[in-house]
Design a protein around this ligand. Sequence first.
Ligand code: SAH
Ligand code: SF4
Ligand code: F3S
Length: 471
Amino acid sequence: MLESPIQSKVHDEARQGEALLLEKEPGKGRRKLYIESYGCQMNFSDSEIVASILLDNGFETTGYYNDADVVFINTCSIRENAEQRVRTRLGDFKRAKRENPGMIVGVLGCMAERLKSKFLEEEKLVDLVVGPDAYRDLPNLIAKVEDGNRSVNVLLSREETYADISPVRLNSNGITAFISIMRGCDNMCSFCVVPFTRGRERSRDPESIVKEAKDLFEAGYREVTLLGQNVDSYKHKGENDEEIVNFAKLLALVADVSPLLRVRFSTSHPKDITDEVLHTIAKYPNICNYIHLPIQSGNSRVLELMNRTYSREWYIDRINAIRRIIPDCGISTDIISGFCTETEEDHQDTLSIMDLVQYDYAYMFTYSERPGTLAAKRYEDDVPEEVKKRRLTEIVHKQRGHSLFRLENQIGKVHRVLIEGYSKKSDQDYCGRNDQNAMVVFPKGSYKIGDYVNVIGETCTSATLIGRIID
Ligand code: SAH
Ligand code: SF4
Ligand code: F3S
């Protein structure tokens, strides 16, 4: 769902697997947990919930799986190659377990939910299979494994939001954090496995979200990203039972925590994003002018087969509303090439809508049929792999041009940047994002990480704006 900023590249899933490590270890004599996460930001956020649950149950985290008593892999099913990557990595963990037979290996997340107990049949060295709504049961499941029973809990819930669990911030820069505001998805996009792996949509209560944002701000964080598969359908009763808090109201509540706390959010759905949300973004300087609005295809017939429930015209109307209400808004998208029945003309419609919108950034994929989805049941995956790939290449090529064009337009302008850390290339330079989510690199001067600075854009690469601080 999310990754670092403005740049175009083919993108297999949102983030590569990454070991999560808590910087301040809470004590000695504890059992060691190693957790590695794949897939979207919600999975990374869930790993912070998992770590929190285990830290409360006598564990500490480690960055080395060979060292660990419990090794968890939090998995993604969105495309076949995402699952492939997890299986390859499991091979490493299985080898480590052969050396150290007491090690517990657990599969969490979307693949666990999709494959359920089949996982235990297929992977003899896996001890635990736990779906995204069953993490509270982990201490109990680990105890069962220690008693010699391999365990599975893949029950999905209509209520679980983990609202009362304070996530431990793993691998954190101490400045930016993610807050899950809802779970699951009630849309049935025909290509998508998420409704099956994450269950029904439910919104977390606004009070616990605002409290989490306040706690983060008080701990020195300066940016929160509100996460959900479709944030625009967020809906919850407020403190007063009469009042319904929708996404626009939630955004305002979080933005009111402090003008120094930046608020971002992902993902918006074109069918649900309202003018009320856009006006709220425009009204609050600390709600970033950046919207991730996945289009998937520029052709209305394909969109209908995808069950996206909007047309090309509807999408263009939403883009026009964004440009009207938030004139300097950064916009990114997701695109799938080669969905079932997609013709060359349909593909041209995708390219032409890209020209129309001129996205700042795009995540681009070839269609990967997922077992059990509506598309797998109803339609033939009939676009040959090489055609999907060639169309993807054309999409990527176009996006590269647009990303560069959008960044070049930022040269000569002054950007408010939140300093997130050192640039990858030099410890003399800082990096941070501007309001529109473009990554900006600049000499550090006398500022510190977590400060806001005004930076004038001077040059750019295809992915980064380069400039200097002007105050
Ligand atoms: N909830 C978000 C998307 C989550 S999945 C939304 O509705 O926009 C992230 C992206 O993965 C999707 O936007 C889509 O572009 C891509 N994706 C999902 N299923 C896919 C599949 N079967 N094949 C290829 N790409 C897929
Ligand atoms: Fe998948 Fe569609 Fe839900 Fe996004 S909105 S998670 S693409 S079903
Ligand atoms: Fe996310 Fe992958 Fe699951 S994208 S919701 S981890 S299938």
